[in-house]
Structures are given as C-alpha cells and as structure tokens.
Design a protein around this ligand. Structure first.
Ligand code: HEM
Length: 252
C-alpha cells in the first residue's frame, strides 16, 4: 500500500477497531432519515453526503455478501458502539433495561415474520427465531409486568422482507448483534455479577458457529452484485432505524 493510501480510505472501509479503541467521534449531524419506514418519527445521525458515499461504495462490486453488508453498516456500528449507553463503563441494570426495552420494541413486531419467511434450509431459521422472547423474559425478570411491556411504544420499523436478499440484510443486523452481545455480557458481568440475562447469553458457546453458518449461507445465496447490493441496503435500513430508535428512547 502506498504511503497515505490508508488515510484516504473512509473509516467504514477500514478494519473495525475494538470498542475500547473508539475514541473518535463521527461528527455526524443529526438529520432526518428518509431511508426507512416510520422514518418521520425517527432522527438519524446519518449525514446525507456520507450516506451517499456509503451507497456509492457498496454499489461498486463488493468482494462478498458480507463485505457489502459490512461496508453498508460499518459507520453506523462504530457510532453505536460509542454511543450506546449500555456499552459505556459503569453501565448497569438501568442502562441494560432501556437498551433491552428499545431493542424489544424494535424487533418484536417483525421477528417472527422474518424467520417464518422462506429461507435456505441450512440457515436453520427456526432456531434463530425467538430472540424477542428472550428480551421479554429479561424485562419481566427486571420487574416489568404485562401491561408495561404491552405499553412500550413500537418503533414503526417495517423491514422489506419480500426478497431473500432483503431478508438477509435485516437478519445480518440481528445475527451480528449477537457478536456484540458477547462483549456486552462481559462488560456487564463486572457491574452486575449475580445477574443473568437471556438476551446477553444469546447463542453462548455457539455464537461463532452460528455466525459462520449465517455468513456461509449468505455467500451461497447472494452471489451477484445486485443481490449483494439489495442485502446491503436492507442491512443499512435496519441498522439505521435501530440506531435512531435507540436515540429516541434514550438508550444511546
Ligand atoms: C444492538 C446493537 C448492535 C448491533 C445491531 C450490532 C451489530 C453487529 C453486526 C451486524 C456485526 C457483524 C459485523 C461483521 O462482521 O460484518 C457486529 C459485530 C461486532 N460487534 Fe456489534 N452490534 C451492536 C452492538 C455492539 C456493541 C455495543 C459492541 C461493543 C460493546 C459491539 C461489538 C461488536 C464486535 C466486537 C463485533 C465482532 C466483529 C468485529 O469486530 O468486526 N457491537 N455487530
């Protein structure tokens, strides 16, 4: 690589630093997003010019399906890792609860529909379904009753689920979150040693295996630029809506 070449690359093309290394702020301005359903109630931190850059970059032949989805969401992930209150040192049960409640109200309305849609068999979609129930169990264990859970406002996000590529993009966000969850579990175990959470346990020792299977399946079924682009845009829509929802609900 030529001297200075790395510097010229946008940060979302660079290898993602570990959460602890995130000292830079993205400096995005808060603008209205028009890229996802229910957007009128959301604020997104996606700078319009930046969003355009991401889309242009994803359009140019991605090396793989994972590459496309990763590039389309890398900046949003980096932003979230820095701003999610549950991830900052000193976070405890109240930060976890606002994060879990927001995640639940974002995911629960479409999760069953996502996994009950047609999937290749080796995706083992049925085994991936039910994470909203994990979070609901955590909310209940923390003292929320049926009425309080029912009263949680919905995010209004309705992902496109009509094509396999779009479903892969949405699933990427949910399945990828399992990786970060393992980091969060370790962080919170110091603050809350005797506390357990079904969501934070996630796939536990099977996390890496489940992630590899997801990626392998995506690579088998998203082989051309068009489907990779479609999955990448669906991933960005899902990620952007979740990040905006976290902010709106005070979890980020
Ligand atoms: C609900 C919020 C989050 C979502 C939706 C999310 C989503 C994702 C996704 C999609 C990936 C896969 C990236 C890829 O390999 O292409 C990923 C990986 C990862 N996430 Fe998150 N994440 C979230 C929160 C966090 C937080 C709070 C942390 C850290 C405290 C974190 C740390 C990581 C790490 C360490 C990886 C592993 C792979 C890597 O470093 O590139 N995530 N996450």
């Amino acid at each position: 690589m030529q001297k200075g070449a790395f510097k010229k690359r946008p940060f979302y093309l660079q290898r993602r630093p570990k959460a602890a290394d995130h000292v830079e702020k993205t400096g995005f301005q808060v603008v209205k997003s028009s890229r996802f359903a229910g957007s009128s109630r959301h604020k997104s931190s996606i700078n319009t010019r930046h969003n355009h850059d991401v889309i242009t970059m994803v359009l140019s032949s991605p090396a793989s399906a994972l590459d496309a989805m990763r590039k389309a969401t890398g900046d949003l992930h980096q932003d979230l890792e820095q701003t999610l209150r549950v991830a900052v040192p000193g976070a405890g049960q109240s930060e976890f609860l606002s994060y879990a409640a927001a995640l639940f109200s974002w995911m629960a309305p479409f999760e069953a529909q996502l996994w009950n849609a047609p999937w290749p068999e080796n995706m083992r979609a049925a085994e991936r379904d039910g994470k909203s129930q994990w979070i609901e169990d955590d909310l209940r264990a923390a003292g929320m009753n049926d009425a309080a859970i029912k009263d949680l406002p919905g995010s209004g996000f309705t992902p496109r689920l009509d094509t396999l590529a779009a479903r892969f993009g949405t699933a990427y966000v949910i399945e990828g979150a399992q990786l970060g969850t393992q980091v969060l579990r370790k962080k919170l175990s110091t603050a809350l040693p005797s506390w357990s959470s079904r969501w934070l346990l996630g796939y536990g020792p099977h996390t890496a295996e489940k992630w590899r299977a997801f990626v392998a399946c995506a690579e088998t079924h998203l082989r051309d630029d068009e489907s990779r682009h479609e999955s990448a845009m669906a991933a960005r829509d899902a990620f952007a809506s979740l990040a905006a929802w976290f902010r709106l609900r005070g979890a980020a």
